[in-house]
Design a protein around this ligand. Structure first.
Ligand code: FE
Length: 218
């Protein structure tokens, strides 16, 4: 079985992290896992409202497990706008940043990967006429993405989730969904899979922050 394991970190790095980070974030980073993949300990915390750097993936083996594919569901709309923030004036909900990387199963960052997000609003409703809470973006040279949105609302039959399509340039498209830790409806949702749960950081001092790294078939 292909596995990766957390990288070791130096005592000096530990001290630096402990000083630099709010305790819950430091703990989350020191836990060494986000989105089902191990990470090096070079994440940094920044004040509310400024960009957040997710910890960089680091693979000890040559290969990592590909992100699980899931159903697209009935509410995908093509041709969404290119944007990293889905926030709009007057949009109710709890602000949420989801950030991380797109990597290949050979553990290389995928630059210019296309990532498409769509989700329900705070009331659990999809906009099937326009593009509210829909958008696509491309990873940077490090394979990194960052989405600014709201926590998706619940609708009957499903737990809280965000729909995603990810595609490397000229690569196959991965369709999947992201979930939230400890959501009460996770266990009752037949589609839910624990490998697709984001790592949440919520220290009470900033908007909700989630990490997830996608791994694409090479
Ligand atoms: Fe859905």
């Amino acid at each position: 079985m292909k596995t990766i394991s957390p990288s070791s970190i130096s005592r000096r790095e530990l001290s630096r992290l402990a000083l630099a980070l709010p305790a819950p974030l430091a703990l989350a980073l020191l836990a060494g896992r986000t989105g089902g993949i191990a990470f090096a300990q070079d994440g940094t915390a920044t004040p509310k409202g400024t960009p957040v750097m997710a910890p960089t993936p680091e693979c000890e083996d040559d290969d990592v497990d590909e992100t699980l594919a899931q159903t697209e569901g009935p509410y995908f709309s093509p041709n969404s706008p290119e944007r990293t923030s889905l926030l709009e004036d007057g949009l109710p909900g709890t602000p949420l940043t989801v950030t991380g990387y797109v990597y290949s199963s050979g553990c290389a960052p995928v630059e210019r990967a296309l990532i498409e997000f769509w989700q329900a609003d705070d009331a659990g409703v999809y906009d099937n006429e326009g593009f509210r809470l829909r958008g696509h973006q491309f990873t940077d040279e490090d394979g990194r993405y960052e989405l600014t949105t709201i926590v998706p609302g619940l609708y009957p039959g499903r737990t809280r989730h965000i729909h995603v399509k990810v595609q490397a340039p000229d690569g196959p498209e991965l369709t999947t969904q992201l979930y939230f830790p400890d959501a009460p409806a996770n266990d009752a949702d037949g589609i839910f899979d624990p490998s697709l749960v984001v790592d949440m950081v919520d220290d009470g001092t900033r908007d909700k922050l989630a990490f997830f790294t996608f791994v694409l078939e090479e």
